[in-house]
Design a protein around this ligand. Structure first.
Ligand code: GLN
Length: 202
């Protein structure tokens, strides 16, 4: 299985390391031609405006859009913003999005004062992929100037919310997965296993 990680900017190396730990052939993607033989793609965290502008400059925006229509893609943090159909409170034309997930995201939802935090999330779907060597129970999630999902369309499944029925922070719509936090920074392979399982079933 070959999984690409968009490597224009942001936390791509950490995703590569996690994928390699799962025995996946993981590749850094910077050029449109490199998308061709991938089974799936991760769009990492970083800065979504910068990543979007670089995608335009590298001629990647349209190739990423057509890849996203066909094959499994997982966006984490800034990557989730890029996979959203809509970003709230943004100037029109200010932020090129790839789209695909029928959601509205609010960038920097948690504001500046509490812009980074860690929290244990209940993520029921991870139980389906966990191995004996994995941690069990909640997923320890790291949020860094994270977005939240403030609207979900009818086809979107909510995978995780912050505790006490808080904002939505992970979603799935068919072959597309989004997480508002940074699973590649946690000492836990279960979220990456879950994405691999989506590719196996695709
Ligand atoms: N706040 C960033 C953005 O709007 C995302 C932060 C992250 O990916 N850690 O793009």
């Amino acid at each position: 299985m070959k999984i690409g990680v968009l490597a224009l900017q942001g936390a791509f190396r950490e995703h590569i390391i996690k994928l390699q730990a799962l025995g996946v052939d993981a590749r850094e993607i910077r050029l449109p031609g490199q998308l061709q033989d991938l089974d799936g793609l991760i769009i990492p965290g970083g800065e979504s405006t910068t990543m979007g502008k670089l995608a335009v400059a590298f001629g990647l925006l349209e190739p990423l859009r057509s890849f996203t229509r066909k094959r499994p893609v997982w966006g984490t943090c800034a990557g989730l913003i890029l996979l959203a159909e809509r970003a709230a409170k943004q100037k029109k034309g200010g932020q090129p999005l790839i789209g695909g997930l029928d959601i509205t995201v609010d960038r920097n939802y948690f504001g500046r004062q509490v812009d980074s935090f860690e929290v244990d999330l209940d993520v029921p779907v991870l139980a389906d992929v966990a191995r004996p060597e994995d941690p069990d129970g909640p997923f320890h999630a790291i949020f860094i100037r994270a977005p939240a999902v403030i609207e979900t369309g009818p086809e979107v499944a909510i995978i995780a919310r912050l505790p006490e029925n808080g904002p939505v922070v992970a979603v799935r719509q068919g072959h597309l997965l989004g997480a508002a936090f940074h699973p590649e920074l946690s000492d836990d392979l279960r979220f990456h296993r879950y994405f691999v399982s989506m590719i196996e079933e695709a």
